[in-house]
Design a protein around this ligand. Structure first.
Ligand code: SAJ
Length: 422
């Protein structure tokens, strides 16, 4: 089959190369000219395990090419961002524009698949009216479905293959065609439904996670007050066969979990009480983290403090900073007038203005190290080495990434978010 994939970001690019190395001719489209050039030169504009070698294979075989313009194809796959606006309503401009962009190239018998996560009813209410402009009879001459991506950054290639996939067609034929296409590399089960149910299923997966994380964060706040280590208590509770509590942290980042629950809140504000409360609970965590930093500095009488913030990406072992709680912690520290340096071995681009490329520089003269992301590099930090570079020896771990005992042995005053037992 020939494919035109619109959007070559964290989902569209890995998906494109997977189709290309499984026998399909893929024309990738992105509005970012620089990204297009890089891709055609087999260079990555995003980090993902296993992407480099697959991109090389796909480009070298001649089966994958990127461009800023769409082209005719058998199948169109849309994988563009669907962010929220300031007012927490869905911004579907990219989905709408991508759909409009393919209209001139769509022919009779084609299939259009939306992979982006969207509020329930988007395919029916936003995409179909645009696709009607092709003049083709929807469901008879043009087939449309939603097959939401469900892969986790860092393990995209494993999950693209192994995860079950949801396919929601606007009719049965659309679902069947979509299923057949993904079967070229998906080993998980492919479940067929209608487009709106598929949209709902995807959004509630991420909402489930957000609500569960909010619960864990609430437990952390309670534990901080009552002499308990929430991490230990959660671990123990999870030994129960029907309990699976998530983990606390400095907030929920990424473009999915911190966004998708609002898609439900927007369409049914009166009925989404737990969902909205959870979102707000998680959004409060960066402020709580900054307050804890301030408190720790005050309690230890640190004059003119300097804090070294470790971890800028929104979670471990990736380079993605979208909605990262670290950036919000930074904002609160700026408001408080607390000086800081930042360090993240996965971030090449200097988003935080005072990011240092090297750990020693970040630690130089610092009073407090704060772990904001549980990168593997941080888990193996040697407190003996770290302390030599610092002015005072304080550490605050928001992700339970460190063994506090080891740090205490090295002379640190060591604390953890959600843990007033230690
Ligand atoms: N987090 C916690 N505690 C936890 C789990 C996560 O604080 O117990 C935080 C992380 O640190 C991070 C944020 O939540 O800041 C989100 O991370 P994540 O690992 O939960 O999820 P994402 O955003 O990387 O990917 C999610 C996945 N969805 C689910 O697991 C239900 C992925 O499968 C989806 O494909 C992706 O959203 C998406 O694109 O929708």
């Amino acid at each position: 089959k020939s494919l035109c994939v619109v959007g070559l970001g964290y989902i569209g690019l890995p998906t494109s190369v997977m189709f290309a190395i499984h026998g399909h001719k893929v024309h990738g489209v992105d509005i970012n000219q620089k990204a297009v050039e890089m891709i055609n030169n087999k260079q990555l504009h995003i980090e993902e395990n296993g992407l480099q070698e697959r991109l090389e294979e796909a480009v070298d075989s001649g089966m994958f090419k990127a461009s800023v313009e769409p082209t005719e194809a058998d199948v169109f796959v849309i994988a563009v961002p669907s962010p929220i606006r300031e007012d927490k309503t869905a911004n579907l401009d990219y989905v709408r524009k991508a759909t409009e962009a393919i209209v001139p190239f769509v022919k009779k018998g084609n299939l259009v698949i939306l992979e982006s996560t969207v509020p329930p009813r988007t395919v029916e209410d936003v995409m179909l009216p645009v696709l009607e402009e092709t003049g083709l009879e929807i469901g008879e001459e043009l087939f449309v479905s939603h097959s939401p991506e469900r892969v986790i950054p860092g393990k995209v290639f494993q999950e693209l293959v192994d995860n079950d996939r949801i396919v929601g067609g606007i009719n049965e034929k659309s679902s069947e065609m979509t299923k057949e296409l993904y079967q070229s590399f998906v080993k998980g089960n492919i479940h067929l439904t209608d487009a709106t149910t598929a949209e709902m299923a995807k959004v509630i997966e991420n909402t489930y996670r957000d609500v569960n994380i909010a619960f864990a964060n609430e437990l952390a706040l309670i534990s901080d007050r009552i002499g308990v280590n929430a991490w230990e208590a959660i671990e123990l509770a999870n030994y129960h066969p029907r309990v699976n509590i998530h983990t606390p942290g400095p907030g929920v980042g990424g473009h999915c979990i911190a966004v998708d629950p609002w898609f439900l809140a927007e369409i049914q504000p009166d009925l989404s009480k737990i969902i909205q409360l959870s979102r707000n609970t998680n959004d409060h965590m960066p402020k709580y983290t900054a307050d804890r930093i301030e408190k720790m500095l005050k309690e230890n009488f640190i004059q003119d403090p300097k804090v070294a913030l470790f971890g800028l990406s929104f979670k471990a072992n990736i380079d993605d900073q979208r909605e990262s709680p670290s950036l919000k912690v930074i904002m609160h520290l700026v408001e408080k007038g607390i000086s800081f340096t930042t360090f993240d071995p996965h971030i090449k681009e200097n988003v935080a203005s005072n990011q240092t490329q090297n750990m020693d520089e970040a630690l130089d003269g610092a009073d407090l190290v704060v772990i904001l992301t549980d990168h593997d590099e941080f888990k193996t930090l040697d407190p003996g080495e770290v302390q030599g570079k610092m002015r005072n020896k304080l550490v605050f771990d928001t992700k339970n990434a460190l063994s506090l005992d080891q740090w205490k042995e090295a002379g640190f005053i060591a604390t953890r978010l959600g843990d007033s037992k230690n």
